[in-house]
Design a protein around this ligand. Structure first.
Ligand SMILES: *Cc1c(COP(=O)(O)O)cnc(C)c1O
Length: 365
């Protein structure tokens, strides 16, 4: 087994694309606030924690008037079913350019109460944003397709609701929230917390749509009822018990993102990290950025193809044995590839160190 010299190794070897590196300072904060664990989420201390997270998020993304920060249990995957139950009225259109954006389209296609979704698809490595279509009331795509490392623009399409999957972009890429009706995410990527929660910035139009669908008598399971989530969120609560440790880690990360200088500074930090990898790949004969069009290359998740002469699986195993973990490609993609999460918490210096480790390993294979 190749042993990488200590002086080449990054200070922190976690480069996963989700869940991702948790800052040690956040764990200190969690321990410090340990007295809140095991207390009721209906009482003031936990509701103040939820309120602090909501306010901090609203400030980070400069939420337009009337937009609300809504949250609940179940992660982004639950949010897709919630949108199918509570937000899509008759028919949705989807930009599909990887596995996550495909999952939402599939959830909509399976719903017996909705028409067949309109799907605009691009091969992995490209992007797809839906076109306006008559009869479509909801447009959906991902700002960052974590499975391929491609990033798409966030802007209004047609006159329906715009739902943006920001699970891996929120907290690492900026967006004009006024261009969306629901910008939703989970805290285990740029927000360096644990999974299990979904959060969303919701426009007045989205809230009104959910209320109208509910009033129409459609059967909506309680956990998938967006209006109920809005009612609870206005009281700084969730429908059912949330993981308090997740909220505390999220609160600490938000304070840190503000300290870094807010979204513009954070976005630059992430783009610096991925830029180091894209430049490295372009400079090496045995590597190349997977996403051809530089404009579509993700600033938070870098995917790097390796030449067939270099076995990515072996590189990944060697890195893991040296404490550098989770640079595996998305499994369904089945490519000879590295995928590196460069979320907000990842230090650009550690990404630089990673490239030196890659050179060291590849030269000796
Ligand atoms: C990670 C991810 C998801 C899934 O999030 P869960 O909280 O595990 O459900 C969805 N969409 C994108 C773009 C992701 O990166």
């Amino acid at each position: 087994m190749i042993q990488i010299p200590d002086d080449l190794l990054p200070a922190d070897g976690r480069f996963g694309s989700g869940p991702a590196k948790v800052r040690p300072e956040a764990l200190d904060y969690l321990a410090m606030r340990g007295d809140i664990l095991g207390t009721s989420h209906r009482q003031a201390p936990v509701r103040n924690l939820v309120r602090s997270v909501q306010e901090s998020l609203a400030e980070l993304y400069r939420l337009p008037d009337g937009y609300e920060v809504v949250l609940g249990n179940g992660g982004s995957t639950l949010f897709w079913d919630m949108a199918v139950s509570s937000l899509i009225e008759h028919r949705s259109a989807h930009g599909v350019f990887g596995e996550f954006s495909r999952k939402f389209a599939t959830a909509s296609a399976r719903a017996p109460h909705l028409g067949d979704p309109v799907v605009s698809e691009s091969a992995p490595g490209g992007i797809a944003v839906p076109e306006p279509v008559d009869g479509v009331d909801t447009y959906a795509w991902a700002q960052n397709e974590t499975s391929t490392g491609a990033a798409a623009p966030v802007r209004r399409v047609g006159d329906g609701l715009v739902l943006i999957d920001a699970t891996s972009s929120a907290g690492g890429m900026d967006a004009d929230i006024a261009e969306t009706d629901v910008y939703y995410f989970a805290p285990q990527k740029n927000f360096s917390s644990d999974g299990g929660l979904w959060l969303a910035f919701a426009s007045p139009a989205a809230i009104e749509r959910a209320e109208r669908i509910k009033a129409s008598g459609r059967w909506i399971p309680g956990i998938l009822d967006f209006s109920a989530a809005v009612t609870n969120s206005r009281q700084h609560q969730t429908l059912n018990t949330p993981a308090l440790a997740t909220l505390l880690l999220l609160e600490d990360q938000l304070a840190w993102l503000h300290e870094l200088g807010g979204m513009q500074a954070v976005a630059e930090r992430c783009a610096t990290s991925t830029g180091i990898l894209y430049d490295w790949a372009e400079d090496r004969d045995v590597a190349a950025p997977f996403v051809q069009d530089p404009a579509h290359r993700s600033p938070v998740v870098a995917t790097i193809d390796l030449d067939e002469s270099v076995d990515a699986k072996q590189v990944i195993a060697t890195l893991r044995a040296n404490g550098i973990v989770d640079v595996d490609p998305y499994r369904a993609l089945q490519r000879n590839q590295l995928r590196v999460g460069c979320f907000a918490s990842v230090d650009p210096d550690d990404v630089q160190a990673l490239t030196a480790c890659l050179d060291y390993v590849i030269e000796r294979m």
